[in-house]
Design a protein around this ligand. Structure first.
Ligand code: FES
Ligand code: FE2
Length: 380
């Protein structure tokens, strides 16, 4: 179910919404939601470790033994391709005395722990431990790495640390069909660029900034000239997804030659609660925006850029750098300023600018985020 777009006077009510008298718009969350360690620790359990999180693409682990590591709020994980069973995901921890097993990404024939050389098959079963034959009662057959749920969508890989969570297909509305309308064969995408950076802010400050375009015309002159036509920008909640849509910027101002890129003309992105977003820039240029919380006031951002069969022209590749130097840099300054402001004794959370008719200048999408946040944090 999508949350209804709230209107003045009928917006959702919760303890953080401020005054509840008729006619008051919902308010921004209180500073404690962004600053308190206790809140953050609850988010780790009830959100980050209970939600689907986008971690990469199947073309990054193409042959048996290929793997990449990833992290969800302090939990180190890895995805590996096995010879028989396809892709699997595990916690990145040895079952002997807890050393981490794999680093970064690469290819292995077996998983060998760097501490005492316990060796695991690619499917996670322990193959052998040095000196095992002399240890009474040691049973290698009973030892296996701890697996986690892994699902794919158009080649993109998602993991969920919650064994009881509903399937990925139920989380984000009609995501697959919508994405295929822009990129019919997402399985052929290959990552050519990764931009990694740290924002000194709470993850929600960054996600909220990502989830509204009220600031776009003020803060992002390059994006609103060279990528999208700002006035056409709109955001629609669907299940636990915020769908962003916009018309492309006029061709003569575009960052790159869109004609050679395929049929998709407009801009679309799907923010996937809580930590992932898939974006399609005009012309079918696919890139990800991922949030990796590293503490109450620190969030790593990963921007991955994908191209069909790994083929891209110089100006298409340059779009990743241009994006880093303009939109991303502009947002870093914004979110770090907001994080400092949240600690100010003078800040009283203000009204969200919810326009019942939607549009680029409406913050109704932030209310959807609040609903999802309260839903997760309110669980016993
Ligand atoms: S901790 Fe891995 S082999 Fe000892
Ligand atoms: Fe922004």
């Amino acid at each position: 179910m999508s949350p209804a777009i709230p209107t003045f006077g009928s917006g959702p009510r919760h303890p953080a919404s401020g005054p509840t008298s008729l006619g008051q718009p919902p308010r921004a969350l209180p500073p404690s939601a962004y600053l308190d360690q206790e809140v953050y620790e609850k988010e780790i359990e009830q959100l980050f470790h209970s939600s689907w999180v986008l971690v990469g693409h199947a073309t990054e682990v193409e042959s048996p033994g290929d793997y990449f590591t990833c992290e969800i709020a302090g939990q180190s994980l890895f995805v590996v391709r096995t010879p028989e069973d396809g892709l699997k995901a595990f916690y990145n921890v040895c079952q002997h005395r807890a050393h981490e097993l794999l680093k970064d990404s690469g290819s292995v024939r077996a998983i060998v722990c760097p501490y005492h050389a316990w060796t695991y098959n690619l499917d996670g079963r322990l193959r052998k431990a040095p000196n095992q034959q002399r240890v009474p009662g040691f049973d290698a057959d009973r030892i296996c790495l701890t697996g986690i749920r892994l699902e794919s969508l158009c080649g993109f890989l998602f993991v969920n640390l919650d064994e009881t969570a509903p399937p990925l297909a139920e989380a984000y509305g009609d995501l697959e069909a919508q994405f295929r309308a822009y990129v019919p064969e997402g399985e052929r995408l290959r990552r050519l660029r990764r931009v990694s950076l740290v924002e000194n802010c709470n993850w929600k400050v960054s996600v909220e900034n990502y989830s509204e375009c009220y600031h776009c015309q003020v803060a992002h002159p390059a994006f609103t000239r060279g990528v999208v036509a700002a006035k056409s920008y709109r955001i629609e909640p669907q299940d636990h997804c915020l769908r962003h849509l916009a018309e492309a910027a006029p061709a003569e101002k575009a960052w790159y030659d869109r004609k050679s890129l395929g049929e998709a003309e407009g801009y679309s992105s799907w923010y996937l609660w809580p930590l992932s977003s898939i974006q399609v820039y005009p012309g079918g240029v696919v890139n990800l925006y991922r949030w990796i919380p590293e503490g109450t006031g620190r969030t790593r951002i990963l921007r991955d850029w994908y191209f069909m069969d790994g083929e891209a022209s110089d100006d298409q590749l340059a779009a990743a750098d241009q994006d880093r130097e303009t939109t991303v840099a502009e947002d870093v300054r914004i979110v770090e300023s907001v994080q400092r402001g949240l600690a100010s004794k003078g800040y009283r959370p203000g009204p969200l600018m919810v326009d019942p008719s939607g549009g680029v200048n409406s913050e109704h999408s932030l209310v959807a985020l609040q609903i999802w946040w309260h839903e997760a944090m309110g669980r016993p």
